[in-house]
Each structure stands twice: as C-alpha cells, then as structure tokens.
Design a protein around this ligand. Sequence first.
Ligand SMILES: Cc1cc2nc3c(=O)[nH]c(=O)nc-3n(C[C@H](O)[C@H](O)[C@H](O)COP(=O)(O)OP(=O)(O)OC[C@H]3O[C@@H](n4cnc5c(N)ncnc54)[C@H](O)[C@@H]3O)c2cc1C
Length: 401
Amino acid sequence: MSARHEADTATTHRVLILGAGYAGTAAAIQCAARVGQRQDVEVTLVNAQERFTERLRLHMAATGQQLAELTVPELLKGTGARFVRGWVTAVDADARTVRIDDDRVLHYDTLVYGLGSVADTAAVPGVEDHAYTLNSAQDAEMLADRLARLGSGTVVVGGSGLTGVESAAEIAERHPELDVVLLGRYEPGAAMNAKARAYLQGALDRLGVRVLSGVEVVKVLPGAVEQAGGETIGADVVLWTSGTRVSPLAAAAGLTVDGHGRIATDAALRSVSHPEVYAVGDAAAIRQGYGVMHGTCQGGMPTGVHAAVSIVRSLEGRPPKPFRFGYYHTPVSLGRHDAVVQFTRPDDSPRRLHLTGRTAAWYKETVTASPWPTYGRMRKMPVSGAFWPRGGRFTRSGEAL
Ligand SMILES: Cc1cc2nc3c(=O)[nH]c(=O)nc-3n(C[C@H](O)[C@H](O)[C@H](O)COP(=O)(O)OP(=O)(O)OC[C@H]3O[C@@H](n4cnc5c(N)ncnc54)[C@H](O)[C@@H]3O)c2cc1C
C-alpha cells in the first residue's frame, strides 16, 4: 500500500473512477499525474477486468485476430492510482458509496462515472438469445470461434452503422467462404458525403457483402432474422451492432439521466443532480452547441481528461471550466487494407475532404493505435493529453459556471 493510501481517510479526498475504458482510463491517469505526490488525494480506478478492452478493435478480435495484451494495473504502476478489479453492482449517491460484486463497498468524495455503453440487445426480441455482440473481448472471441467453425453459411450483421460496416467488411475479408449480409434502416455510410459513401459501398461490394437497406428487423429467431412485413432471411450467425444502451446503475442511483439512461451533465461534466459525480464517455449525455454528443472514442478521451482537470482545479479551490469538443473525423475500416476517413465539421457533418484506400487504412490504424501510447505520455506529461479541437463557433454557448 502506498503512503497515499495509508493517509488518514478523514483528511483524504477519495476520487473513485468507474470503468477503465477510453474515457475512465484517461480520467484516472490524468488525475493521478496531476495530483502527483499529494498525500491527501486518493485515486482509484474500478473495472470489470484487468485487461484494457480496445473496443475499436473488437471487430478484428471477432475474426480471430490477436489483440495486444494491454493491462490497466501495469499502466497505473508508479502513478499512485490504485486499481480495483470488480463488477460494479450499485451506486449509492446519498451515502457516496459503490458496491462491487464481491460485496466490497468503496467510498468516494468525487465519483467519475465512465461505464460506457453496449449494443442494445433489448430493443428487438430474440437478439439477447440468438445474436452475438461486440460488447466485450469475450463476446468477440466467442464469435471468432463460431465463425472459424462454420465452414459455410450466412452471417447477418444487424445494424448498418459504422460498427456494422466495419464488422461486415472484416468478416467478409477474413472469411471469403461465408455469405455476409449487412442489414439496416439506413444505407451504409449515410452520414458521409456522396463520394465517401459511394467508395464505402463499392468496397463492401468488392468484399462480397450483400447490403440490404431500409430494413426494419423485428425479431431474431434461431437460424433467421425476421423483417417488418414478415419476410425472413436465413442466418447461421447473427451479429447485432444496432443501437447502444447504457448500464441502468446511474438511473437506479437517482442520478438525473436522459431518455437513454445517460447521466445528464452540466457544462463542466458534473451530474446536474449530484455535482460530486462527473460523467464521461458513452455513459454521459453531454450537451454542446450542436446537440448532445454521441458515443465515440475521439470525444470520450477528452471528457475523461476534462473531468480530471476539473477535479484537480476544485481541489485547489478553483472553479472548473466548461467542456468544449468538436468532432473532426470519422475513420472507418473496410478490412485490413482499405478504409474511408470522412473529415467532419465540429458538429459531425461531413466536409468535402475524405481519404480512401491504403492512405485511409494507414490513418485509421494510426488513430486506433493511439490511445495506449497517449496514456503513457500523459503519465509523465499530463498536459500532452489536453489537446483536442474545441469546436470553435459550434460550441461557443457562453454558458458560465
Ligand atoms: C467494434 C467497434 C468499433 C468502434 N470504432 C470506433 C471508432 O473507430 N472511433 C470511435 O471514436 N469510436 C468507435 N467505437 C465506439 C467506442 O468504442 C466507444 O465510444 C468508446 O469505447 C467509449 O468509451 P468509454 O470509456 O465511454 O466506454 P468503454 O470503452 O466501453 O469502457 C467502459 C468500461 O467500463 C467497464 N464496465 C462496464 N460496466 C461495468 C460494471 N458494471 N462494473 C465494472 N466495469 C464495468 C467495461 O468493461 C469497460 O472496460 C467503436 C465501438 C465498437 C464496438
């Protein structure tokens, strides 16, 4: 136990961070690095597993590609932050405690809630029982195992958003023996400019992915997917990527949440109902001038950094600053050798500029690989993690704190 953890708990400020995803890990590293050798601040990061889940690569894991062994306790070594492995089962926002699955109770003075999101398996009957997801590394590995044993047959990817596109492309490239069908309400790449979208659709076609757009899936059955109108499509395997949902823990704790269960935050990323709770990443409903941010890694890491900076400012008696973020790109992999990168305005609308082909694949890989080295740099130089586009006029709301 470090000297910091031996300090008197009555005088120690306990910062408890839930979820070692892209956002929570950024918050933990930043907080620990910024409080430095202060004995009166304790930083603890709780996560379901020691291994860092590179969600951005789960479609690769789902086709049997080995991901790097990145462990969170290793990353935190020497920072003064403590790691607790456990599944969070409850938050008591009045008592300021968190319960984990082995019945341990952790106390906090400041909570950072970063439990992320998962595919929405509840919206369509049968998904929970008959479809695979990319919610965790284990889920991806289970799918990889199934695909490797299939030999021939049809894989239906439900959901034509970017995760669905990346997954369908990856499966088609790695398993040319399988028929891959991408089903969704919208055409793939719907949010891109016309040229980028056409390139993306052409690449799916070259990989042999059959795209069915304008489709409403109403049920997933053993061996088939049923569309509105009753028509069914045979499926040996269904991968569900459509929609996301968040843990019900925040709502159950009485924190104010939006219609999707995400914690409603003020401009500094504090819960509007419980200002000692910060919400980051996919689990937070963060309003900017252009609307509520949608879950991404590009926006999630800055939220973690900002929450940590705000916590340290508060500990020093300084007010937190408003969080501002503008999107800048949408990189989409199309197998291992092709990709599209759509550059965007801060509100995520597409610009004319986009990259395709090998240059785009290199760009996408560089972006995907960047979080872990970024955390490493932040340990020594926290300010290195504080650069992201603030969104200019798109986020200048003038909200005072
Ligand atoms: C296949 C795929 C590809 C993607 N590609 C991109 C991309 O190219 N670019 C992009 O910006 N975004 C991409 N995303 C979205 C991106 O991964 C998420 O927006 C991002 O991971 C959100 O970060 P987070 O820290 O909020 O949550 P997460 O990264 O999901 O981390 C949450 C953490 O909390 C843990 N946790 C959850 N519940 C509990 C609990 N009760 N107890 C303990 N621990 C718990 C989880 O195990 C996890 O470690 C992709 C997602 C997928 C699935």
